[in-house]
Write a protein that binds this ligand. Structure first.
Ligand code: UDP
Length: 361
């Protein structure tokens, strides 16, 4: 493929490196790194203070966007004064002629709304399932006018939208050289993610309390009050908060765990932490809901459990030792390498450019 000039947009809900952007931060890093490895040139637009392992970032000032996952279905669009999201797109408008293709990773209304006004192809890689009516309609309108431009991580995520069959499923990938395989774990379990209600941390605490194995928790903590409530509710449970760690430290600690628990209360679009655990040889126990249900192979790389069933989690924890940790790593290598992800992303860009991003209808 000819070398492309790419302009990538990070999420406007947080500074890259803070963890507030969730899996988007790692996804952006990995796609960017792989595109550079393949000889493409790129620039990333992100809020001021963002850092991404030496990748080229243009820092944009302005106020952060509020997160979409805390809003009601009929919530209107809200923009802060001096919005970093608006500032990113204003900047992009000025420099757009230097780029062949733009990639948006923000789950926000404005980039979709602006798409027809840009004379450049814009790919939108969406990171969550259907949340609000206004987002659904702006994404669908974009898809109607620019077919092939909406990417998703999993079929389960796509299926939350009425137009899911027209989205392109791109999964995800990791730089596996950064994740060390660990054959002999310690006797504790892991939970990794943003400490937020949609992630269902309480269920993991209840299950591990029953089985008597300590739970270690890693992740960004956007809402401290929520964490306090959990601590007060389970004063006798053996769980500990281990902080939000950069990837090199996270993988070293995660690899030591007997298993990773994923207990989402929403349709998890993908769940980067599932493939990170597998890359370290750590089996994953997850509710059969969203992305993890497409990542985990029942009885081979972990166990899928009836959603919201604490009993189901406990039974799966009892069967953790049936899983061969080598198989977990092998599965990550086969399906979630940077190479595999890069091939999918490049093919998407190539198809979009072949279509010329011409407006339909
Ligand atoms: N993460 C991290 N350090 C930590 C805990 C989590 O870097 O201590 C990252 C993890 O690598 C993953 C992200 O946080 O990329 C969580 O993303 P996921 O897709 O699992 O869920 P999301 O937050 O997007 O819903």
């Amino acid at each position: 493929m000819n070398s492309l000039k790419l302009l990538f947009f990070s999420t406007p809900v947080g500074v890259i490196g803070s963890g507030l952007g969730g899996g988007v931060e790692l996804t952006l890093r990995n796609i960017s790194q792989e595109m550079i490895n393949r000889g493409h040139s790129l620039q990333i637009l992100a809020p001021i203070g963002s850092t991404l392992n030496g990748l080229p970032i243009t820092q944009i000032s302005g106020n952060l966007q509020i997160v979409a996952q805390s809003q009601n279905r009929d919530a209107p669009i809200i923009m802060p004064e001096n919005s970093v999201l608006a500032n990113m797109w204003e900047y992009a408008y000025q420099v757009r002629n230097h780029y062949d293709l733009l990639l948006n990773l923000a789950y926000d209304w404005l980039p979709f709304y602006l798409t027809p006004f840009f004379d450049r192809p814009i790919a939108h890689f969406i990171s969550m399932g259907s949340l609000t009516a206004v987002m659904d309609s702006v994404i669908e309108r974009t898809l109607d006018r620019f077919p092939g431009t909406i990417g998703v991580h999993s079929y389960a995520q796509a299926n939350t939208f009425s137009f899911g069959d027209r989205c392109r499923c791109l999964s995800n990938g990791l730089d596996l050289s950064l994740y060390q395989f660990c054959l002999e774990p310690q006797n504790y379990l892991a939970w990794v993610g943003r400490i937020a209600p949609e992630k269902g941390l309480e269920d993991a605490i209840m299950a591990t309390q029953q089985i008597g194995i300590p739970l270690k928790i890693w992740g960004a903590m956007p809402d401290h009050a929520y964490w306090q409530t959990i601590c007060q509710k389970y004063p006798n449970a053996a769980f500990s908060y281990e902080g939000f760690l950069p990837t090199d430290q996270l993988q070293a600690a995660l690899g030591q765990c007997r298993g990773l628990l994923m207990t989402p209360k929403w349709v998890e679009a993908f769940g980067n932490v599932a493939i990170e655990a597998l890359a370290c040889g750590v089996p994953v126990i997850a509710y059969r809901r969203g992305g993890p249900s497409e990542i985990i192979q029942q009885g081979k790389t972990g166990w899928l459990v009836e959603p919201d069933s604490i009993e189901g989690l406990v039974e799966a924890l009892d069967r953790l030792d049936y899983i061969d940790r080598r198989t977990c790593r092998q599965h990550a290598e086969a399906k979630y390498s940077m190479q595999a992800m890069g091939d999918r992303i490049e093919a998407w860009f190539r198809d979009m450019l072949a279509l010329g991003n011409r407006e339909q209808g």
